[in-house]
Design a protein around this ligand. Structure first.
Ligand SMILES: CC(C)(COP(=O)(O)OP(=O)(O)OC[C@H]1O[C@@H](n2cnc3c(N)ncnc32)[C@H](O)[C@@H]1OP(=O)(O)O)[C@@H](O)C(=O)NCCC(=O)NCCS
Length: 155
């Protein structure tokens, strides 16, 4: 069973080794403690991680507020735990938090070469907004992301 939790400052310190380990699986541009600790608007309110039965993180979404949007800076699921809907569950938990704060959109940048991630985001309903150098900017209305939980709609 996976449990979703708030990635607050104290928890990040406690789990730093695991977070760095998950991030290192990306192979390039690995984050250091500095990036995990960086204080950004509402970061420690909306960021979420997924914890396994032993309370060990197996994935995380580091986000912050940008205007009226919540912006995803990093979303990683441990390779051995992919395709278990952990990434989707993390983003929906972020969306719940964003909605509670009145934020209307979720945005992110992804390398246009990262086809697996683009397929993942598009499966969730993200739309392509623009290109920024070699990166694709994607966005979705928070209510759309949450509404996908209830395909038949309310009632
Ligand atoms: C992208 C990432 C976070 C997805 O996490 P995940 O937990 O494996 O994804 P989910 O299980 O929630 O996937 C939900 C749906 O997205 C789509 N999807 C996910 N990964 C996919 C892939 N590799 N190829 C095609 N579609 C994919 C599928 O439709 C999937 O549903 P299905 O498994 O029933 O077919 C994960 O692959 C990852 O950590 N990648 C490396 C880091 C990265 O690229 N991050 C994003 C950069 S901004």
């Amino acid at each position: 069973m996976i449990r979703i939790g708030v990635m607050d400052e104290g928890g990040i310190e406690q789990q730093m080794d695991h977070l760095l380990g998950i991030d290192a699986t990306l192979g390039t541009d690995a984050w250091t403690g500095r990036e995990f600790r960086l204080d950004l608007p509402e970061k420690f309110r909306h960021s979420r991680w997924a914890l396994d039965e032993a309370g060990v993180p197996v994935g995380f979404a580091v986000v912050s507020r940008k205007g009226e949007s919540v912006h995803v800076h990093r979303l990683v699921v441990e390779p051995a735990r992919r395709r278990e809907k952990i990434g989707r569950t993390l983003l929906r938990a972020v969306a719940e938090s964003a909605r509670a704060s009145g934020l209307e959109r979720m945005t992110l940048k992804v390398s246009s070469a990262n086809e697996a991630a683009i397929r993942f985001y598009e499966a969730l309903g993200f739309e392509r907004e623009k290109m920024e150098n070699e990166n694709l900017v994607l966005g979705i209305a928070v209510v759309m992301l949450l509404g996908a939980d209830h395909p038949a709609g309310p009632g």
